[in-house]
Design a binder for this molecule. Structure first.
Ligand SMILES: [Zn+2]
Ligand SMILES: [Zn+2]
Length: 126
C-alpha cells in the first residue's frame, strides 16, 4: 500500500516518504517533495477495502492519521486499506463481501479475536 507517510529532512531540504518506504530525492520544501512523490511514485487510491468507502480528496495527513489504516490479510499478508476505526458500516460492508479479518487485523483494530467455532462431528458418538 502506498500512502504518504511523512517527510524526512535532508540538510535544508525535504524528502517525502511513502508508507512502503519509497523516498523521493530532496526538494526545497515539503510541498515540492509531496508533489514529487505523486509524480515519481504511484500512490494507492484511498478506498476502504472492506466497505468501499472512498476517501479521495482528503489531505494526506487526514488519510494517514484519521481516515485509513493499512491492514494485512491472509497467509501471504496481502495489504489493503480500511476505515481506521472500523465503523459499523464498514463491518457490514466487510460481512457483505464475506471478508474475514485475520487475527493480526483484528488486533490492529483492537477487536476481540472470536472464539473458535465448534461443531458437532456427525457419527462421532457410538
Ligand atoms: Zn509506496
Ligand atoms: Zn470501511
Amino acid at each position: 500500500m502506498h500512502l504518504v507517510a511523512g517527510f524526512a529532512s535532508s540538510g535544508a531540504r525535504w524528502r517525502a516518504v511513502c508508507s512502503c518506504g519509497y523516498t523521493t530525492t530532496p526538494r526545497v520544501d515539503e510541498r515540492r517533495a509531496l508533489a514529487a512523490l505523486h509524480t515519481e511514485h504511484e500512490l494507492s487510491v484511498p478506498v476502504c477495502g472492506l466497505c468501499g468507502h472512498d476517501y479521495t480528496g482528503r489531505s494526506w495527513r487526514q488519510l494517514r492519521d484519521v481516515d485509513l489504516r493499512i491492514l494485512a490479510s491472509g497467509p501471504a499478508g496481502d495489504q489493503f486499506l480500511a476505515c481506521r476505526d472500523l465503523p459499523q458500516s464498514c463491518r457490514d460492508g466487510a460481512a457483505q463481501r464475506q471478508m474475514h479479518l485475520d487475527r493480526a487485523a483484528r488486533e490492529g483494530f483492537g477487536l476481540p479475536v472470536p472464539p473458535p467455532r465448534l461443531r458437532v462431528v456427525p457419527g462421532g458418538r457410538r
